[in-house]
Design a protein around this ligand. Structure first.
Ligand code: ZN
Length: 604
């Protein structure tokens, strides 16, 4: 990130040079082609019901039903990603908005029409299915799906109760819905005046930008303004969060789980011990975090460090301007350790197949993502600007896209996507390779410091911070499951206590920080955030192994990229070389963090 914020003249979509746009016409040559396939798919959906009540009759019928379902859903996905990406390139375009809305409802219809398959499959005896799978090659492709269904079977309820639960789903979401309405629509953000007399209007999206500000009074003003706003609704947020927790407790009781955490993790087949091991290992490595914070305070030249001093860049002015083409060449060098097939494929994707939609334009969706479906190229939406941050974003999204490419090429459709638990591994591993490459090649001290800060912030902001949030959820749920009411006082106290514990004496914990937990929308997706910490740990450990061990590690890693969801997530990572049921990967990641701190200290 550079502090020279030149606002580029914003292009309209039709002014963007074609070679810097994604080649979505490789999916459908034009909108008429999309319409033609849309009509065909819409007409074919009712026929999915033809196997209703029949899949138990033979292996062939079951296989036929699953294939027919996936054929239709595959095309639905393809239609969906085309419309959604077209819509993202210009969100004000009503034609694409309309196409997107139509395919969304068609997708719901398709999954409703085939929703009888799972319940009916579960009624077939497991031993019978086993022999069917052994004798039928198509069913072999569905072994993962069928096994997973049976794994979950013991927590399913009789049909009438399942139907009641499904009908109550909207009620269960009421806490989260109220939370979003308040924070996204009803909030009135305050403004504040900094020590230079400048007034800043806070918004939902500029808080993190202002926390980066070189002027401390701007950072403090932003912090106090936002925390004060959340504090004003402390009772409401405690009620919306408690409602969400109670809904989960109701579900875990109904389905017979020991705890809500177990329920959330059972769903993705990751044992609770992975969570515990993360928290424990982070606890035993808190001194590293304290050392980093001390370095930060010293570098910023501050007498003490507050929460609002945790984000601003340590080296404000770094000149690392690079054209998109040069950035592509740079990341191709950074991923060279992954071998020629990886490099050649990515090169072709970037330069020839036009996977990336590069430049910002008027009404284009914000941020960056990697998208596409099993039947398309792995496209990337970017909002390119000439900074080092943008190069990291590019190599991150390229990591997702290459994971998708390898998976789709090597797996049949039923296992041709990867789970959320492993999704961030390929992207963050690439970031690690870029950091290593830059540290090897860049001599400019400021740029080196900048690169190191970027890497260290990854560990602080993702590994430690998300572990803190994961622990917050764990403690709040434990209290609620013991029958304690989740009052504002209790939730604030848990959060403040954790911040004191994680940051130790190195950070002055302002009282207002106790409201920060209510800023985290992910808490309405319970026990999700720990995956950010395990993801960055696995990725760091893997990038280390690739660079230190060479070919054997590369082969294991490429094997992982090619495996899709053919095994369960933990096993896939184990095969790649990281065992998240042990503390080793987290420890390796935090050791890497420490090596960056040491390197930075040497440069200071
Ligand atoms: Zn990502």
């Amino acid at each position: 990130m550079s502090t020279t914020t030149v606002t580029p003249v914003e292009l309209t979509r039709d002014q963007v040079p074609e070679h810097l746009t994604w080649n979505l016409s490789s999916i459908y040559a034009n909108n008429q082609e999309w319409e033609r396939e849309f009509a065909e798919v819409a007409a074919s959906i009712p026929s999915l019901a033809r196997f209703d009540g029949k899949i138990k009759t033979s292996a062939e019928t079951l296989a036929e039903a699953l294939l027919a379902r996936d054929q239709v859903l595959g095309l639905v996905d393809k239609l969906y990603v085309y419309a959604s990406m077209r819509s993202d390139q210009d969100t004000a375009n009503d034609l694409y908005k309309g196409m997107f809305a139509r395919i969304r409802s068609l997708a719901i219809k398709a999954s409703e029409t085939s929703s009888y398959i799972h319940p009916q499959l579960l009624k077939i005896a497991k031993s019978k299915l086993k022999s069917w799978i052994a004798a039928n090659d198509t069913l072999k492709l569905y072994k993962v799906e069928i096994d997973d269904l049976f794994r979950q079977k013991k927590h399913y309820l009789p049909a009438a109760q399942e139907s009641l639960l499904a009908q109550a789903e909207e009620l269960f979401d009421a806490g989260g819905t109220a939370y979003s309405s308040l924070t996204e629509s009803d909030f009135e953000y305050p403004s504040f005046t900094d020590d230079q007399g400048n007034t800043h209007q806070l918004t939902g999206s500029n808080f993190t930008v202002l926390l980066d500000h070189p002027n401390r009074s701007v950072r403090r003003g932003a912090f106090e303004g936002v925390m004060g706003l959340y504090g004003k609704f402390n009772n409401t947020f405690s009620a919306t969060y408690a409602a969400n927790v109670k809904a989960n407790i109701f579900k875990k009781n109904a389905r017979g789980y020991a705890s809500c955490r177990e329920m959330a993790m059972f769903d993705i087949n990751v044992p609770v011990s992975v969570y515990d091991s993360l928290i424990e290992t982070v606890h035993s490595n808190l001194p590293k975090l304290h050392r980093y914070i001390a370095l930060r305070r010293k570098t910023l030249g501050l007498p003490d460090l507050h929460f609002y001093d945790l984000y601003c860049p340590l080296v404000p002015d770094v000149d690392f301007k690079m054209s998109f083409n040069d950035a592509c060449e740079l990341i191709l060098k950074a991923v060279a350790p992954l071998g020629p097939e990886y490099v050649a494929t990515l090169r072709k994707g970037l330069f020839e197949l036009r996977w990336a939609d590069v430049l910002p334009n008027k009404n284009k969706a914000d941020g960056a993502y990697s998208g596409g479906s099993y039947l398309t190229d792995p496209f990337m939406l970017l909002n390119w600007h000439e900074t080092l941050d943008a190069i990291y974003t590019l190599i991150h999204e390229a990591g997702h896209s290459m994971h998708s490419w390898f998976t789709r090429r090597n797996q049949p459709k039923p296992t041709g996507q990867y789970t959320l638990f492993v999704a961030e591994v390929a992207s963050i591993c690439n970031e690690g390779l870029l950091t290593a490459h830059l540290l090897k090649t860049v001599t400019d001290v400021n740029v080196r410091k900048y690169v190191l800060t970027q890497a260290m912030e990854g560990f602080r902001g993702t590994l430690y911070r998300q572990a803190l949030f994961a622990e917050f959820e764990m403690l709040a749920y434990a209290a609620a499951e013991r029958g304690e009411p989740l009052t504002p006082a209790l939730l604030n106290e848990i959060h403040l206590g954790l911040n004191q514990k994680y940051y130790g004496a190195e950070v002055v914990i302002d009282d207002q920080l106790k409201y920060e937990w209510s800023r985290i929308p992910h808490f309405y997706r319970s026990f999700y955030v720990y995956q950010y910490s395990t993801g960055i740990s696995a990725a760091s450990a893997l990038s280390r192994q690739i660079l230190e061990e060479g070919q054997p590690a590369v082969d294991r890693y490429l094997g992982f990229l090619k495996s899709g969801s053919s095994k369960d997530s933990l096993q896939l990572l184990r095969d790649a070389g990281v065992d998240l049921s042990t503390s080793a990967p987290i420890q390796q990641a935090l050791d890497l963090f420490e090596s960056y701190i040491e390197e930075y200290e040497k440069l200071s």
